[in-house]
Design a protein around this ligand. Sequence first.
Ligand SMILES: CC(C)(COP(=O)(O)OP(=O)(O)OC[C@H]1O[C@@H](n2cnc3c(N)ncnc32)[C@H](O)[C@@H]1OP(=O)(O)O)[C@@H](O)C(=O)NCCC(=O)NCCS
Length: 283
Amino acid sequence: MIHQFTHDDLPDLHALSDQAGWEHTPADWHTLLKSGSAFGHRNESGRAISSCVLTAFGNTMTALGMLIVCEENRRLGLAKDLMRHAIKSANPDAHPLILCSGKSVEGFYESFGFKTVERLSKLEAGPNILVPDSGFSSKIDSRSWSAEILKRVVGLDAQVHACDRSTLLTIRAEQAASKTVLLKQGTETLLGYGFGILQGKQLLIGPVIAFNRFTAQEIVRQLIKDHSGSVRIDVMDQRQDLKEVLLEAGFVEVERQPIMLLGATELPGRRDHIFSPTSQAWC
Ligand SMILES: CC(C)(COP(=O)(O)OP(=O)(O)OC[C@H]1O[C@@H](n2cnc3c(N)ncnc32)[C@H](O)[C@@H]1OP(=O)(O)O)[C@@H](O)C(=O)NCCC(=O)NCCS
């Protein structure tokens, strides 16, 4: 039987992602539970032993993430059970379902009809990494976070993703350790924005939504400049230009992963402005 999870399950859910070797913190799970719907199986003592999170973006599409089954309970069909439940409740014929798959489980998702539509590269760097000036830093102004900026960020994000991600962005922004918003110098033209999320000593960068590679590079540069620990960023395949800059700066590609879709053949919006997703749970 599949149960709906609440904040009371947060310690169990964090233990699950920890056991899977994922970097999610209790604060990440708080954001997941607040912006989406988490469900899974419980054992006889009530402990959560599997998880899946659906996050609806307005009435347009839904992201599926955090599919995990506790090691002791694998190969019993629990993940298949979670996927059947997720697909039934998300109704992908009306609202396409998107996910970022681990490389080895692409075939598992294909068996439910998901098709790979994009890929991303997971990049990591050790402490004190520096990203060079793009050459455009003098043409860009930074703006500090405010309710007014959030409204404008949500508007830009809706144009890029072609769906309403305002709930997720509002909650993730509260969690973010750093946020960068860039404007064209001397104007009110919004060029892009990005968040940095602290996961222990690591800073996870994402989303990075930007007008072009130069702006994206400036966003990443600003987000990591005061961080002395390691850094991770997932870069979309269509932005090889940013990936090359980061590899040159010292980042290392750890994995290349598929982004998969059910209920549509291609993603809407202006995806070439997405340099980095908000996180793999919300591609
Ligand atoms: C992937 C995972 C969720 C599967 O859970 P599960 O309950 O063991 O899966 P099921 O028993 O429902 O198996 C479904 C099918 O998935 C495939 N599968 C399961 N685990 C797999 C793995 N580690 N690698 C590749 N394929 C796998 C198999 O085809 C399996 O069918 P089979 O047992 O008849 O061969 C689980 O191994 C897990 O939590 N892994 C760590 C977290 C993770 O990688 N999640 C996926 C993120 S995209």
